[in-house]
Write a protein that binds this ligand. Structure first.
Ligand code: GAL
Length: 445
């Protein structure tokens, strides 16, 4: 009895210590394999911090880059910045959850409560413009672009994505690609499979894989954006880049035959996913491909960062990549950018950080780890492996289309409803319901 009592006291003590030392910024992140905390020496986690928009000497960086496949690049950036600017303390206010699932809600609360972070991760396009610029929450950064001679250092398409009515509102740190299919090369070789270039070819490959007892397509839609990402790629395949643009500008209805055909194909693709998709996140599903349990996964190329850095896999040996079937020659653009919210106490220091973000050194330390390519046009190609070099070449020559799942194609209001509709579709497969939910949400685009 006495022993049991001592054990319970000890257990309680251990639990208290564990709770005290747990990372408050890790908002329920279940990812494993994230042990890179080297850069944390000059940061404190401040998700629960209520600084009123950045005290002097402190720059709070708000993002959703925590955990495996996400944080290595951010921590390297913070290291380099604090080396160059020891007078500024960086607070890393990252909130876990892929594609900003939780971070965006925390950010909205803070912005509405006039408690903006010094700077925050935001996708170029509608997420930046409709959520924050039109709401008059951001400072223009035209002077920063002029002072640093940036107008010809970033592609015009990207500058357009971060501009509104002639003013520029954020600094892009990267370009991710969303229409990539990563695949297990050994499985493809063993089963003599060709890379599918159309959705119909994908179905043929998937049939062979299924007959061999291998999951054709890994999906982890515990957070529903991963399924929305597949759907947007099917839309791009069916409508082409121009039709896709017309759909999101309201010139084409969601009831259009091509959208209905896309929804039908999306449903058929879902016949080939792993059964436990709803309990996995994007890292867990990418892991199925890494371990040879599934053959392919459609994921933005942050999965490349995850494969290389966290799982130690070799590009074009352990995993390969190809454009989502039917989208060859087009590039789903996702750009992570940072701006200056109105009302921060130390805008000059935040601008020092933003200026740093726009340098080739910062971009080339971040992007090789992140799996993305630099937003700047004058990157040091030697720092990137074959995947990065291919992505840079494709970005130059491909037709670009903005991602829906990652905030560029439509407003947050529409995206939230699209994610909900897609989530229901994944289980019910009711094409009419999906189409009418999207059509009803369209006025919010
Ligand atoms: C995207 C973001 C990427 C990556 C991904 C997964 O929205 O642009 O940088 O973090 O989510 O969380």
């Amino acid at each position: 009895m006495r022993k049991l009592y001592s054990f319970l006291v000890l257990l309680a003590l251990v639990l208290v210590i564990a709770a005290c030392s747990s990372d408050t910024g890790d908002n329920g992140d279940t990812n494993s394999g994230s042990d890179n905390n080297e850069a944390n020496t000059n940061e404190s986690d401040s998700t629960a911090d209520s600084s009123d928009g950045g005290e002097e000497g402190v720059v709070e960086i708000f993002s959703w880059w925590t955990g495996a496949g996400e944080e290595d690049g951010l921590l390297a950036l913070i290291d380099l910045f604090t080396e160059q600017h020891p007078e500024i303390t960086v607070e890393n206010a990252a909130v876990a959850g892929g594609a900003g699932t939780n971070a965006k809600a925390v950010l909205t609360t803070r912005m509405q409560g006039n408690d903006p972070p010094s700077t925050f991760q935001v996708h170029g396009g509608e997420e930046l413009n409709q959520s924050w610029v039109i709401a008059d929450k951001m400072e223009p950064l035209n002077d920063l672009y002029e002072e640093n001679d940036w107008m010809d250092k970033f592609p015009q398409d990207l500058i357009d994505l971060v501009s509104h009515e002639g003013d520029i509102y954020s600094v892009p740190v990267n370009i991710h690609r969303g229409n990539v299919m990563f695949y297990n090369m050994e499985i493809f070789e063993e089963h003599n499979l060709e890379i599918p270039t159309t959705i119909d070819e994908f179905f043929e490959v998937a049939e062979t894989l299924e007959a061999a007892g291998i999951v054709p397509l890994a999906l982890g839609d515990k957070e529903s954006w991963t399924a929305t990402q597949i759907f947007e790629n099917v839309l791009a395949a069916e409508l082409g880049v121009d039709g896709y643009a017309q759909l999101f500008s309201g010139e084409i209805d969601f009831e259009d035959d091509r959208v209905v055909a896309a929804a039908e194909k999306f449903g058929k693709i879902l016949d080939y996913i792993n059964e436990d998709h709803a309990s996995r996140n994007w890292q867990d599903s990418a892991q199925l491909v890494a371990e040879g349990e599934a053959a392919m996964t459609n994921m933005g190329d942050w999965a490349k960062g995850y494969f290389s850095n966290d799982l130690d896999l070799e590009t074009n040996v352990d995993f390969g990549y190809f454009p989502f079937p039917g989208t060859e020659g087009s590039f789903a653009v996702i750009t992570d950018t940072f701006g200056l919210p109105k009302g921060v106490d130390n805008p000059e220091q935040v601008k020092t950080f933003l200026t740093f973000l726009g340098t080739p050194e910062a971009q080339d330390v971040f992007n090789p780890l992140k799996g993305s390519i630099p937003a700047r046009v004058d990157a040091d190609m030697d720092k990137y492996d074959d995947y990065g070099k291919d992505a840079m070449a494709d970005f130059q020559k491909d037709d670009l289309f903005p991602s829906l799942a990652h905030g560029s194609a439509a407003s947050e209001g529409f995206l939230t409803k699209a994610n909900q509709a897609v989530n229901i579709f994944v289980t019910q497969r009711d094409v009419d319901n999906l189409i009418s939910a999207l059509q009803n949400a369209a006025p919010e685009m």
